[in-house]
Design a protein around this ligand. Structure first.
Ligand code: ZN
Length: 686
């Protein structure tokens, strides 16, 4: 099906140095004291990001950003409901208590309650956004009952005739029982993936029934000579009722109608201020898709969107990434509104205009290479609004659309999000992370000087070239790798980037001043994959998330394969474990070898080989090293996950006419979340 996909998430390593780039610094003129980090709770920190250049947009462009940002916010409830069927009920309950609770608000228990609510907002539900494990409140069931008892009944989502006591009781297992809905996305190959996942894409049926349903649907489509390339199942929930299995489609008049109507209302306004005919066409096709739910229209929209290359303002809005579905079919709702950073885009334009060079010279077997690389367009963007699955946690790079055949025939758009990366870098200044985990002073200096550029370039290479490289054999589809698909695909894109960041051509193209950029990237990547990303894993757990698995896979594979030659050394500094690279050229060769292997697995759809690689190198955690890393990290008091507060936009009116759009940067996460819930809640709580 689809997803030679698509998003890149900030790794723990690349968020750990300052940002020496002049390009970025220029944009912060007069805002040197902008506060990026606003708060930390549990394992999360909250940052603000700036939208440099917004003021320089034309009024029409600003208005377009405004309308699209509203459309981005209107789908917020959808992602809560997709993540788990009771998330909206939980959120509404907790917010009611937060607003109207009449009891003591200074107690330790109350503070724990607030942390729990913030975690729910942070993850769009009761499961950790990254590990997908259910997280539990830090307060007791009894305390929860007290909170409910001291909150007015009319504030709470009580059922008719239900007392507050009864209500509190019905919520108890949902919040406190670790065995109820323990995991949002289960990737355990030994379990029924559908039944063991709490995400709300399937109801009343098991994995085999779901797989059979879509296998039959594909067969029927072929028999009836219908479009068989569509992303079957992307925009629906599959439900078994009275023994009958059928889809509930996300569309106006279907599932999530009330939210989709609002999204469409804002998109219709957006259509009046589009920048180009191509963009207008794309917006209209998206509206048509939301009305009909027809996946052929979805593809038509994506093609129109890929063709819109000359608008400065751009956006993503739809049911797109499939990481939330253990069967990798169902799209989670997301939105991003952005505009092009013209100056920084010169960097990615050099890469995309040389796409064929990179494809031809990659270490992959010739039969798996694209003979003709088509339509790779890459740009650096400034994000203006995050929504749905991308809010509050966001990727730093995106490559869409996901449909393989569209990418092949029409190309794709790849973006690197510099203003978000900049916020990470600024907030990480002087946090002590590098000093703790890097082996030598040279490594720290390299990271400080070149880390930021290395990170941006790696993202460019990963998104713009990595995901788009290579081709599948006839008859192979991306979902042949099933639960290993995402990890293998991310590893493929990462390896492409790692291989090329050290290519002499990059110096020749003027993208890097010297070899040290690649060395900084290799240092950080190996350190992260072998060690520092473990700070995101709880003791005793294994690695689950696709990007983390990908980084673990690559780092452990090259470490093992270069052991005899001592390519990477494990060393102790002041009694602390560190990893340091002895031979950077040998390491690059290993990256190339692994890329070749992984491309073959992808091209041939070799499930068994994918399983072997992932299970051997990507999943398991060395418990001793893990413990050591957690102890060292704890002392630094840095939260490993980051969420963002969006800027807010308001229309300045003169009578009925819009004369300007004002941007402000609020600095309180809870206030923004409550405002979103008040203004943009359109779906029923139950
Ligand atoms: Zn990716």
């Amino acid at each position: 099906m689809r997803t030679l996909s698509t998003i890149l998430i900030m790794s723990i390593a690349i968020s750990a140095f300052s940002s020496p780039q002049a390009v970025k610094d220029n944009k912060n003129e007069g805002k040197d004291n902008f506060k990026y980090l606003t708060e930390q709770f549990a394992d999360a920190k909250i940052l603000r990001y700036q939208v440099p250049g917004f003021e320089n947009l034309s009024l029409k462009q600003k208005t377009l950003v405004y309308y699209l940002s509203q459309a981005a916010l209107c789908g917020r409830d959808i992602i809560y409901d997709q993540n788990f069927k009771s998330n909206l009920l939980v959120r509404t309950t907790l917010e009611a208590i937060y607003r109207d609770y009449k009891g003591e608000r200074n107690s330790g228990d109350y503070k724990k309650f607030v942390v729990y609510l913030k975690r729910v907002w942070f993850s769009n539900g009761i499961h950790h956004h990254y590990s997908t494990d259910k997280f539990l409140p830090g307060f007791s069931q009894e305390y929860f009952a007290t909170l409910v008892k001291n909150t007015p009944g009319e504030s709470l989502p009580l059922l008719k005739g239900q007392t507050r006591e009864q209500f509190a009781e019905t919520m108890t297992s949902l919040l406190f029982d670790p065995s109820v809905a323990p995991k949002r996305v289960s990737l355990d190959p030994n379990s029924d993936l559908v039944l063991s996942s709490a995400s709300n894409f399937y109801d009343g049926l098991n994995q085999k029934e779901a797989e059979d349903f879509y296998a039959t649907m594909k067969k029927e489509a072929k028999k009836n000579k219908q479009d068989t390339l569509v992303a079957f199942g992307l925009n629906s929930k599959l439900v078994k009722e009275n023994g009958k299995i059928g889809e509930q489609t996300y569309k106006i008049g279907g599932l999530y109608s009330k939210a989709i109507e609002q999204i469409v209302m804002w998109l219709e306004k957006a259509a009046t201020v589009t920048e180009t005919p191509e963009q207008n066409d794309a917006v209209k096709k998206l509206i048509a898709f939301y009305r009909s739910g027809n996946l052929v229209t979805w593809d038509e929209y994506n093609i129109a969107w890929v063709k819109d290359l000359h608008s400065l303002v751009d956006f993503v809005n739809g049911f797109i990434e499939v990481y939330g579905d253990p069967l990798a079919m169902k799209g989670s709702w997301e939105s991003i509104v952005n505009f092009k950073d013209v100056e920084a885009t010169k960097r990615t334009e050099i890469l995309s205009s040389n796409a064929q060079f990179f494809e031809d010279n990659s270490p992959v077997a010739p039969e798996f290479k694209k003979k003709k690389v088509k339509g790779v367009t890459a740009k650096v963007i400034t994000v203006a609004q995050l929504g749905g699955e991308n809010d509050p946690t966001t990727p730093i790079g995106i490559n869409l659309p996901n449909a393989n055949w569209i990418r092949k025939e029409y190309g794709s758009k790849s973006v690197t999000i510099d203003n978000i990366t900049n916020a990470y870098d600024q907030a990480a200044k002087g946090n002590g992370f590098l000093e703790e985990f890097a082996f030598s002073k040279e490594e720290i200096e390299r990271a400080t000087e070149y880390g930021s550029l290395a990170g941006s370039l790696t993202t460019d290479l990963h998104e713009c070239l990595g995901h788009g490289s290579g081709q599948l054999n006839k008859g192979v589809s991306a979902d042949d790798l099933k639960n290993y698909h995402s990890t293998i695909e991310e590893a493929r894109a990462d390896l492409f980037a790692l291989y090329y960041i050290k290519d002499p051509a990059l110096v020749k193209f003027g993208l890097v001043p010297n070899d040290k950029v690649a060395m900084a990237e290799y240092d950080g990547y190996i350190r992260n994959g072998l060690m520092t990303q473990l700070v995101r894993i709880h003791p005793g757990k294994t690695i689950e998330e696709a990007h983390m698995r990908d980084r673990s896979l690559i780092a452990h594979w090259v470490y093992e394969h270069g052991k005899d030659e001592n390519v990477i050394r494990s060393v102790t500094r002041d009694g602390k474990t560190c990893f340091t690279i002895n031979d950077y050229d040998a390491l690059r060769k290993e990256f190339g070898e692994l890329l070749n292997i992984i491309q073959r697995i992808t091209s041939e759809g070799d499930y068994d080989a994918a399983k072997e690689l992932v299970e051997t190198y990507a999943v398991q955690v060395d418990p001793d090293l893990h413990k050591e890393v957690l102890t060292r990290y704890e002392k630094l008091n840095i939260a490993p996950y980051t969420g963002f507060i969006n800027p807010e936009y308001s229309l300045i009116m003169k009578g009925k006419e819009i004369i300007d759009v004002k941007i402000t940067y609020p600095d309180d996460f809870a206030t923004q979340m409550l405002m979103y819930s008040k203004k943009y809640s359109f779906l029923p709580v139950r």
